[in-house]
Structure formats: C-alpha cells, structure tokens
Design a protein around this ligand. Structure first.
Ligand SMILES: O=C(O)C[C@H]1C=CC(=O)O1
Length: 94
C-alpha cells in the first residue's frame, strides 16, 4: 500500500545542538535504509520549512505505524498520513 506522509519537525528548544545532531545522523541512517529496501520511495523537502513529504510503500497501516514510531526524530515530529489508492485516469504503471 502507498501512503503520502507529511512530517513536520519541531526541534527541542532545550536540547544541546550536538545531541540533536546525533539524533539527526541516526535519522538519516534509518531513512537511507528504508529507501534502499524500497519502503521509503520518495522524500521531498517542503520549501522554507523543516518538513518533508514522503511516499511509503509498505504492507499496511501497522507496518507504517511501526516505521514512523521508530524514527529517531519521532518525539519531535507532527505526522499526517494519507493512504493512496489507484486513480482510474493514471497511465498503467504510474
Ligand atoms: O529532515 C526531515 O524532514 C526529518 C527526517 C526525515 C528523514 C530524515 O532524514 O529526517
């Protein structure tokens, strides 16, 4: 199943920059792993915001929920999930 996910990150005000940098480095490794195995299909920065739009291709709600909950930045995120279905006007394979 495909999901459009928006993640808005609010960095903690009281966390030392070095500690937050370490969390971001773990987040990047985690995100790269999921991109390499095909489950995190796209990630795009929202211009001017500490936010992204991503497309996930996973088995369903439970897998996506686990993936999102395991994001190192999860405690500092607001997440919106939109499940996607095939559009009848889409070219085959799109
Ligand atoms: O920067 C972000 O948008 C938040 C998060 C999502 C992937 C990643 O590496 O960081």
């Amino acid at each position: 199943m495909l999901y459009l996910v928006r993640m808005d990150v609010t960095p903690p005000r009281d966390m030392p920059e070095e500690e937050f940098s370490r969390i971001k480095a773990r987040e990047k490794e985690y995100a790269l792993g999921l991109q390499r195995d095909g489950r995190w299909r796209h990630i795009w920065r929202v211009v001017g915001q500490y936010s992204n739009y991503s497309i996930f291709d996973v088995s369903g709600n439970d897998e996506l929920h686990q993936i999102l909950q395991d994001l190192p930045l999860y405690p500092y995120m607001t997440i919106a999930v939109t499940p996607l279905a095939a559009h009848p006007s889409a070219l085959p394979g799109q």
